[in-house]
Design a protein around this ligand. Structure first.
Ligand code: UD1
Ligand code: MG
Length: 424
């Protein structure tokens, strides 16, 4: 396998988000934008450099906590995209492989596209490949300028473009693959002699041509994939595109989505065939749902949820960080958090696993073994284990472990006062 390292540009300000949170840490289905880019390169690269500047500490914290193969490199001040990439030069002095450059704010690019991009670069024996795409309205993008023989000439930024250049619809997608040792010298030769006074990464195209290197473009057919996030409205659009993609792929693989227009499922959720997802269900984070389950309407899965085959998670049921074995049902109005549920369990309506102690700010686990039955409106105060086949009477508050095949109930005895009403 080729030795590929990535450089992900994430130092920019993101002014239009109007936020205290750095742009690349805004989330789609609870995963930061930068996480999508890092996940997409994971199988292609062996090391990733994230260029940080604005809110560098927060971005660094996210990267260090979640991505062992990634390092952050500080760019301060931010003098342009070319300057940003040049920050990795000291880290790659003797590196002889390839460098894949991407932006931290384009979460819709797919692994398939990145793989094809790398293949295209290698099969053309390219020294430098830039990804391009066609936009009917190319405003704001750098334009791809070609020679008469259709080979690449240069990239011109919107602000530097002549009216003829502005009419070009082929744009720079902002993704590049470089044979590092060949292109590295460009970074000490970039100038900021342009309308924005910045060191443009895009100038490496003209530089490569001047050096008689093999410079190519890979034209991306689906321009949706390079959709960048600059505003809250862009964020909503990207979420919706990602969701539609996910729902279509699930339906193609045998999952019924009753109402795609009201169903939200994260990219990182796997669902088995013949499962039915009812309307207004929201599934975020990383989850696996088995075959032949029924989820919703109005269910909320919040991540790290594993549900085996033939289960039912019904209306107004919230599940978080829990494992649920086959043929277990939680039909109505429940909260299941930090729990481990066996098979063939029935969770009555209104059951709550009380997993959080607000005084100690700690979370504890609820364990239910196979064949347990929980009566409606029960509270299971964690940490607690309900052993095989035990029954919990409706309305109980369970604060101790319950042995197998026993009945536990905390309800006060029912009193009936005959003719009480008439006597009043
Ligand atoms: C850039 C390209 C443009 C392309 C477009 C695709 C240049 C000069 N232009 O334009 O041709 O069509 O992307 O989206 O490269 N960044 C840094 N440090 C800096 C400046 C930027 O890390 O000093 C980061 C930003 O955070 C962002 C990325 O680089 O993630 C792109 O920067 P941005 O300012 O958005 O460039 P564009 O004007 O969109
Ligand atoms: Mg941009």
């Amino acid at each position: 396998m080729t030795n590929i390292k990535s450089v992900i540009l994430a130092a920019g300000k993101g002014t239009r988000m109007k936020s205290e949170t750095p742009k690349v840490l805004h989330k789609i289905f609870e995963k930061p934008l930068l996480g999508y880019v890092l996940d997409n390169v994971k199988d292609i690269t062996n090391e990733d450099f994230v260029i940080v500047g604005h809110h560098a500490e927060e971005v660094t914290e996210f990267v260090e906590k979640n991505y062992a193969s990634a390092k952050t490199v500080l760019q301060s001040p931010q003098l342009g995209t070319g300057h940003a990439v040049s920050m990795v030069c000291p880290h790659l002095q003797n590196f002889d492989g390839q460098v894949l450059i991407l932006c931290g704010d384009t979460p819709l690019i797919t692994k398939e596209t990145l793989n094809k991009f790398v293949e295209h670069h290698n099969s053309n024996n390219s020294d430098l490949t830039v990804m391009s795409t066609i936009f009917e309205n190319p405003t704001n993008y750098g334009r791809i300028i070609r020679e008469n023989d259709n080979s690449l000439k240069c990239i011109v930024e919107e602000k530097d473009a002549t009216p003829e250049q502005k009419a070009v619809k082929e744009v720079n997608a902002g993704i590049y693959l470089l044979n590092w040792s060949k292109i590295k010298p460009a970074f000490s030769q970039l100038t900021s002699n342009n309308a924005q006074g910045e060191y443009y990464l895009t100038d490496i195209i003209a530089w490569g041509k001047k050096e008689k290197l093999n410079v190519n473009a890979y034209i991306l057919e689906n321009n949706e994939e390079i959709y960048g996030i600059n505003s809250r409205s862009n964020l909503a659009t990207a979420t919706s595109i990602m969701n539609t993609r996910k729902l279509n792929s699930l339906m193609d693989n045998g999952v019924t989505i009753v109402d795609p227009s009201s169903t939200w499922i994260s990219e990182d959720t796997e669902i088995g065939a013949d499962t039915i997802i009812y309307p207004a269900t929201y599934i975020e984070g990383k989850n696996t749902i088995g075959k032949n389950c029924k989820i919703g309407p109005c269910a909320h899965l919040r991540g790290n949820v594993e549900i085996a085959d033939n289960c039912k998670i019904g209306n107004f049921v919230e599940v978080k960080n829990s494992k649920i074995d086959h043929h277990t049902n939680a039909g109505h109005l429940s909260y299941i958090g930090d729990s481990e549920l066996g098979s063939n369990i029935n969770i009555g309506a209104g059951t709550i696993t009380a997993n959080y102690n607000p005084l100690t700010k700690t979370k504890s686990k609820t364990i239910m073994k196979d064949h347990v039955k929980i009566g409606s409106n029960s509270v299971l105060v964690a940490p607690v284990t309900i052993e095989d086949g035990a029954n919990i009477g409706a309305g109980s508050i369970i604060t101790k472990n319950i042995p197998s095949w026993s009945l536990a109930l905390t309800r006060s005895p029912l009193k009936i006062l005959t003719d009480w009403v008439k006597k009043q």
